[in-house]
Ligand binder design. Structure first.
Ligand code: MRU
Length: 373
């Protein structure tokens, strides 16, 4: 495997495989004005770009965390020195790697992809350790397992997104003649994933089928992922009818124009279908219900969390006041409440679009969401 990037010219990351892998990520805080990649030499740098939101989006957070670990273990001189000191003690090596994974898990709390990815990798490592047959070193075996699994994750994400796009497009087109108009919030495209995107992937699939009339992007206050990132993807990909509106115009648009569906991404889908996504998703879902517009959640299995029966148990990240103050141009001393996500109750969701098909609600409006593994 050589250099791996996103599936099109919007590359959220540049990863180069081999004995000494390297990783660079696109600084999304600079988009749309500048395309600058940041080198990620270790887990600390991966943690930093996740926490600062220089990279963001549930799938990408998990991928950058684990690729950061793969680079750290195999290419970082300081870490290699620490591994040398551990020698070939399997338990100590496992502890060393797991400590780095636990540290990465403290970067951002809401998107479950990171936690699912960490749990999955820990399982892969336990397995590799148990099956180690004495050929080579246990250190080589574990470091290789990290790289192999992480590269598998990177490829799986793009494939899953393509399937989500196809299933979502087919679902939205059911019973419809002609082209459709989609409304979306936040950024769920190539920049939020390893490539193609989830909710924006559905719009992309409709575009490929020549069935997309128009894509409406909500600005997505206060970080403006809609106006900075989704609008950028729409322009770069020449998506038809691309239109940016401010968040508070969603209801007015639904009242005056034909919106066929709202398609949003997810940061965590609970067992009953309650879904955490970017702040403002709940508002849009209530407005959509008032206008009979179906709301679909595009969610790979990596975003499912059946350990939570409903959305009340989701930890919602609160970002610092200064981020809202600077975005809103507010007086610096104003008190702020700045949640990064909200929870949309299952009753407002028409379907959860996964890579394995669309999950539809039960008669009572709740979902029977399957487990990630
Ligand atoms: O705070 P962000 O930008 O990481 O939030 C991103 C979202 O809420 C996305 O809708 C979600 O992660 C899905 S991305 C495919």
């Amino acid at each position: 495997m050589g250099t791996m990037t996103g599936s099109n010219n919007l590359q959220s990351l540049k990863y180069s495989s081999g004995d000494k892998p390297t990783l660079a990520v696109l600084d999304q805080l600079l988009i749309p004005h500048e395309k600058k990649y940041i080198d990620i030499p270790d887990v600390e740098a991966a943690w930093g770009v996740i926490r600062s939101m220089q990279i963001r989006g549930a799938p990408l957070i998990a991928i950058v965390a684990l690729l950061g670990l793969a680079v750290d273990l195999n290419s970082n001189a300081k870490t290699i020195g620490e591994l040398d000191a551990i020698k070939d003690d399997g338990d100590a090596l496992m502890k060393f790697i797991e400590t780095k994974l636990d540290y990465l898990s403290t970067s951002r709390p809401t998107a479950v992809n990171l936690f699912n990815a960490i749990a999955e990798l820990k399982g892969v490592l336990q397995n590799a350790k148990a099956k180690f047959n004495g050929e080579g070193t246990i250190r080589g075996c574990l470091c290789k397992a990290v790289v192999q699994h992480t590269e598998f994750m990177l490829e799986r994400d793009v494939q899953d997104n393509r399937h989500i796009g196809k299933f979502g497009a087919e679902e939205i087109l059911k019973g419809k003649e002609g082209k459709v108009t989609i409304m979306t919030i936040c950024n769920t495209g190539s920049l939020a994933t390893a490539g193609y995107g989830t909710a924006l992937g559905v719009a992309r699939a409709l575009q490929e089928m020549d069935k997309l009339e128009s894509i409406i992007a909500l600005e997505t206050r206060p970080y403006n992922q809609g106006s900075r990132l989704t609008a950028f993807e729409i322009v770069e990909e020449k998506m038809p009818g691309g239109t940016l509106i401010c968040d508070s115009a969603a209801g007015a648009m639904m009242r005056t124009k034909k919106i066929d569906a709202v398609v949003v991404g997810a940061d965590r889908c609970c067992a009953n279908g309650d879904t955490a996504n970017k702040i403002g998703t709940y508002n849009v879902s209530v407005v959509a219900a008032g206008h009979g517009v179906p709301v679909y959640v595009a969610s790979p299995f990596t975003t499912l969390d059946v350990s939570l029966t409903n959305g009340d148990g989701i930890t919602i990240e609160e970002r610092p006041s200064n981020e809202l103050i600077s975005s809103a141009k507010a007086p610096p001393s104003i008190n702020c409440w700045n949640p990064a996500f909200d929870v949309t109750p299952a009753k407002f969701i028409a379907g959860i679009i996964t890579e394995k098909g669309v999950i539809l609600p039960e008669a009572d409006g709740s979902f029977d969401v399957p487990a990630f593994v």
